[in-house]
Design a binder for this molecule. Structure first.
Ligand code: GLN
Length: 487
């Protein structure tokens, strides 16, 4: 077996036991990248030189008997909207094509303190706006399961690189589903933590009240390990929570005995592909067989999440993206007549169509004549959705819904019609609106052999229950162990 195909926890063990050198692990992963990256296009930047230097430092420490951390020597990829000191961070935008952050995001510091090696920055939809990674300024990432199909988005590069063994784990960001939906399309684990659990310091802001960073991994155990590393209070993020952080690996118990699983049949009745529905029903049946109890919950307001999201997210985005004025940093137009012209030209050249669409929408819903009709109402509906989930969790431990209504689609299939693209997030967006944790795990394949994801949602801060159900499902199925043949 090749080193690159092992799980994060297995490779970390091998390194600690000195069965392999860290350099050998890096060699294996970069050889894999040489082999499949020309087909998959998951990375924007590779940080080879930096990685080998770090490998050497870590190996010396290990050989001196020092503790190199739970991620000691493990190669990890990072979505290109998370700031990495001295390493280009582009957000897949022309606007930030040459941006080199002078500081590390908090999650990067935490990864490095725990011994991780950053091997590259991954492709994404421009500024994390999209569900297919097609809006990247640089390239289109392919789905490793079918190179003619999208990997999902916006963290498509992170999902594809883990699915094709080009990293042992990756970080992504999830504002409305950007970790879970690509995880589902690529058959890997994708976890979006409770809002406030993981510091957003150094994550390029899209919609600040919704954004969270989370891991992509090959196993649920690896997701728990990554979560342990990246969570924790951070003074640099005012929405970071000062609570007692738990050891998430304690949740890795193979049992769902008496766990109450909430479902809402109405929510999943329409618009879901037949094969996705079947996989969902089979998953429910399996969990029931393993001892879980199914209870009906009411998620009637959740169907308004998408409309709510596209008001709140665009409003926040229009404000967050105001900083790219061509003056302080980012793309600057070469020729301009005055200050206003400089702003206009720099933004016109620097942003792609989808980003411009969001800025226009957001500016509109915040404008004085329409604020009450759109933005204020959306915030009110948000409260209804939050309360609805609260009520549901009075009667259940986790809620199960598909991650996405469909499996991965062909390039261009939804590019012409943004509304159709937005619909892919119908099951992931409610979780961000309510600030809850959600995980997508591999749960089957459709008739074209494309992966199907299952989403487990828990109450705020109940990552433990979510991981327990995910782990039990994984231990009793073998979908997660299937690998794509990249051809
Ligand atoms: N697809 C959604 C959007 O385009 C979600 C993106 C995300 O989670 N970053 O807004």
């Amino acid at each position: 077996m090749n080193l690159y195909s092992l799980s994060l926890s297995d490779i970390a063990k091998k390194i600690k036991l000195k069965e392999v050198l860290i350099k050998e692990v890096l060699d294996s992963v970069y050889a894999r990248i040489d082999e499949v990256e020309p087909k998959v296009d998951a990375y924007i930047t590779l940080t080879k030189e930096y990685a080998y230097k770090r490998a050497q430092e870590l190996q010396e420490k290990l050989d001196n008997g020092e503790n190199i951390g739970v991620l000691g020597g493990v190669p990890i990829a990072i979505k290109d909207n998370i700031c990495t000191k001295d390493i280009k961070t582009t957000c897949a935008s022309r606007m930030l094509e040459n941006f080199i952050p002078p500081y590390d995001a908090t999650v990067i510091k935490k990864l490095e303190e725990n011994g991780a090696i950053i091997i590259g920055k991954t492709n994404m939809d421009e500024f994390a706006m999209g569900s297919s990674t097609e809006t990247s300024y640089f390239k289109k990432t392919k789905n490793p399961w079918d190179l003619e199909k999208v990997p999902g988005g916006s963290s498509g590069g992170s999902a594809a690189c883990v699915a094709s063994d080009m990293a042992f784990a990756a970080l992504g960001s999830d504002t409305g589903g950007s970790i879970r939906q690509p995880a589902s399309y690529c058959s890997v684990i994708g976890l979006k933590p409770t809002y406030g659990l993981v510091s957003r310091y150094g994550l390029v802001a899209f919609a600040s009240s919704l954004d969270q960073i989370g891991p992509f991994t090959k196993t649920v155990e690896d997701a728990a390990i990554m979560l342990n590393v990246i969570t924790g209070h951070d003074n640099m993020d005012t929405t970071s929570l000062d609570i007692d952080y738990e050891d998430y690996t304690k949740a890795l118990v193979n049992s769902v005995d008496k766990i109450r699983i909430g479902i809402d049949k109405n929510f999943t009745k329409d618009g879901v592909a037949e094969d996705v529905k079947n996989a969902y029903n089979n998953s429910l049946e399996l969990l029931q067989k393993l001892g879980a109890n199914i209870v009906e919950v009411d998620l009637s307001y959740a169907k308004y999440s998408l409309a709510t999201y596209y008001i709140i997210a665009t409003a926040e985005a229009s404000s967050n993206l105001g900083r790219y004025d061509g003056i302080r940093y980012g793309h600057r137009a070469k020729e301009f007549s005055d200050l206003i012209d400089l702003y206009k030209k720099s933004r016109t050249e620097g942003f792609g169509d989808e980003v411009k669409r969001r800025i226009m929408l957001g500016t509109y819903v915040l404008s004085s004549g329409y604020y009450d009709a759109y933005y204020k109402r959306a915030q009110q509906v948000r409260t209804l959705i939050i309360n609805e989930f609260k009520k549901a969790f009075d009667n259940c431990d986790v809620i199960l819904i598909p991650t996405a209504p469909n499996t991965a689609f062909k390039f261009g299939a939804k590019a012409e019609n943004p509304l159709e693209m937005y619909l892919e997030d119908i099951y992931t967006v409610p979780v961000n609106i309510a600030g809850l944790p959600g995980i997508s795990i591999p749960a089957g394949f459709d008739k074209d052999a494309m992966p199907i994801g299952l989403q487990i949602i828990a109450n705020a801060f109940d990552e433990q229950k979510m991981l327990q159900v995910a782990y039990t499902f994984e231990q009793n199925t073998d979908f997660h162990s299937k690998k794509p043949e990249i051809k």
